[in-house]
Design a protein. Structure first.
Length: 164
């Protein structure tokens, strides 16, 4: 029995539709890593590097769009009201040097659950996916800590960005 609890409270059809697209991307990651594993590749090594590159690119675009490396700017450009609804997110703290977010739902985890992934696979896929968030943080001269994680059985994902 899975220890992961991940059920949405917000269930409007538009939100569910967008979440379905996020779930599909999670399923892509699972299928890519599964096929690579079948071919003897080290899935953590290549996929973590690829996802981090994606995060670095996205972060650079966000910094350019927002015109600042303030973590308030990251909140404004990435963690918009729409994103807050998708992940049932609370902004706990938002300053120039610190951004603390609590996610109460994760469509990525839901996508992996729908694929029948084990808790261990979901935890690994989440670690890989979070490399993108680490890359985004780097572009803001920040570090990301994840003291709690839905994919590892916690009640929330606690994302904690802070300046280096």
């Amino acid at each position: 029995m899975s220890k992961i609890k991940n059920e949405p409270k917000i269930t409007f059809s538009l939100i569910q539709s967008v979440r379905g697209q996020i779930e599909q991307r999670a399923q892509w990651l699972y299928l890519l890593t599964d096929e690579a594993s079948k071919r003897g590749m080290d899935i953590e090594e290549f996929s973590s590097a690829a996802i981090k590159r994606c995060g670095l690119n996205q972060g650079a675009d966000l910094v350019k769009k927002g015109g600042t490396k303030s973590l308030k700017g990251l909140k404004k450009t990435l963690f918009t009201k729409g994103a807050q609804w998708m992940f049932e997110m609370d902004v706990v703290e938002s300053t120039d040097d610190k951004l603390s977010l609590d996610f109460h739902y994760c469509p990525l985890v839901k996508g992996w659950q729908k694929m029948g992934c084990t808790d261990e696979q979901i935890a690994l896929l989440c670690d890989i996916a979070m490399c993108g968030d680490h890359g985004i943080g780097e572009q803001y001269d920040a570090v990301l800590d994840l003291p709690k994680c839905i994919a590892k059985g916690d009640d929330i994902c606690a994302l904690r960005y802070h300046k280096k």
